[in-house]
Design a protein around this ligand. Structure first.
Ligand code: SAH
Ligand code: SF4
Length: 441
């Protein structure tokens, strides 16, 4: 059962343990098999799916089209909702709603709902053309109202990017498919009350989606299934910090969703520091995998680039990025760093971001500057959950800052001062093929 609350969510002292799978995460055929085992007609699967996806059922009791006996059996086997409670923080004059979700075992995860009002079509953009005179799909959709939900794929994250609040939390656990999808159902329910619906879902919340890829793929299938959420795959973005085997796996599936690569630096010494996974899969390998993805799927890859003042925002960095992506089917999103506790860094100035974007465009690379959302609600990725995890001791904070400063200074000089993965990140990627095997591909 779930409810939206204004009280402060904290981890319960004794986490509840409920091993019943969530209804929203059941793959095709599972529900049908269960109904057959219980002597029920196959059409009940449709009734249950409608209850879960159209009526956004919170409890099995909400599935009113089912006979009471079936509801009781269903309740014994499955959970209608894997999220226990929500705490919503609204910011940006109502345009951003950040939700902290409490899961059954006490884990806290986040999702962020961002509203983009319709903008009056400007003549120049409305007729931005493909070169053949027709307005592009992008030019047409850019001005429609959008409601984008950013969801988590893991509780915490093992990658440990030093500018990211989730990274500082460390890894908790992979989310179940239903836990990923129930974030979407909760937002959809809030939207339905207002007579609106979600238009986009992006895997850019807590966690590294490609290190929980099976469940993320199951979730994407459910999102685009017309009998379940029914959102076109083209309205879904999956973002990765560069898990190369995962990118290759995605490419082989030829998905219709957009792949986003969190690059943040075009040079290895700097990316080793900003995205520690780079020590395992360096820039050239990540970009080669992304390039192959664009070539094989025909879909443009997005590169995310968090702008950190004096660290990765110089003209030299822009030129390195321009040279790296030259000629690729790619687009760069520049995101001024959201302020995060315990880092020595700040966002680049708007002037620096604009100059960086202009330099990229001169090099023939499409670039968009993204506005920060929800800063007044602490809405940088993972910030609310980090807040609830409590303050690290002052010496630990000071040590972390010293380490980041030391490593980033070395990186700015061009030294690869760090080459090994931290132990917990090593464990997280150990399920992937060993580096020695990579050379053969
Ligand atoms: N782990 C995946 C997806 C979740 S992070 C990834 O890294 O791609 C989603 C995006 O938020 C990433 O591009 C990440 O770099 C960005 N991000 C994290 N912390 C940020 C901060 N403090 N300011 C701006 N963007 C941030
Ligand atoms: Fe993990 Fe992404 Fe945050 Fe890096 S930016 S720590 S990969 S969630």
């Amino acid at each position: 059962m779930s409810d939206t609350t204004t009280t402060r969510l904290t981890r319960p002292a004794v986490p509840a343990s409920d091993s019943r799978p969530g209804l929203s995460g059941l793959g095709q055929g599972v529900l049908e098999a269960w109904l057959q085992d219980h002597g029920q007609p196959a059409y009940r699967a449709r009734q249950i799916r409608d209850g879960v996806w159209r009526q956004h059922a919170q409890t099995v009791a909400d599935l009113r089209t089912l006979p009471a006996a079936v509801r009781s059996d269903l309740d014994a086997a499955f959970r209608a909702d894997t999220i226990e409670r929500d705490e919503v923080a609204v910011s940006d004059n109502g345009l951003t709603e950040k939700t902290l979700h409490l899961l059954g075992d006490g884990a806290l995860i986040e999702s962020v709902l961002m509203h983009y009002p319709a903008r009056a079509a400007r003549r120049t953009s409305a007729f931005a053309s493909t070169g053949r005179g027709a307005p592009t799909a992008e030019a047409r959709t850019e001005h429609r109202e959008r409601h984008t939900l950013c969801i988590s794929s893991q509780a915490g994250c093992a990658v440990g990017c030093p500018f990211c609040a989730t990274g500082e939390l460390g890894f908790g656990r992979d989310l179940e498919t239903a836990e990923i999808l129930d974030q979407v159902r909760h937002a959809a329910r809030r939207m339905a009350v207002r007579g609106a619906h979600l238009t986009n879902v992006v895997f850019m919340g807590m966690g590294e989606p490609l290190l929980n890829l099976d469940r993320v793929l199951e979730a994407v299938v459910a999102l685009s299934d017309p009998e379940r959420f029914g959102l076109g795959s083209r309205h879904v973005v999956v973002s990765t910090s560069g898990v190369v085997p995962g990118i290759r796996r995605l490419t082989a599936l030829n998905p219709q969703f957009t792949l986003a690569i969190s690059l943040h630096a075009a040079r290895d010494p700097l990316r080793d520091v900003l995205v520690p996974l780079n020590r395992r899969w360096p820039v050239a390998e990540v970009v080669a995998a992304a390039r192959a993805h664009a070539r094989i799927t025909g879909r443009r890859v997005s590169y995310e680039y968090v702008m950190i003042s004096g660290v990765n925002d110089t003209d030299l960095d822009a030129d390195a990025l321009g040279a790296l992506l030259h000629g690729d089917l790619a687009h760069v999103n520049l995101i001024p760093m959201n302020p995060v506790a315990h880092t020595p860094w700040q966002a680049s100035s708007p002037q620096r971001v604009a100059a960086f974007a202009a330099r990229l465009r001169q090099a023939g690379i499409g670039a968009t500057v993204r506005a920060n959302r929800g800063q007044d609600a602490g809405a940088a990725c993972g910030q609310l959950a980090a807040d609830r995890a409590g303050e690290p001791a002052a010496p630990a904070v000071a040590h972390r800052r010293e380490e980041i400063v030391r490593q980033s200074e070395a990186a700015l000089r061009g030294d690869r001062s760090v080459d090994r993965l931290p132990a917990d990140l090593q464990a997280a990627v150990d399920v992937e093929p060993a580096p020695a095997a990579r050379g053969s591909r």
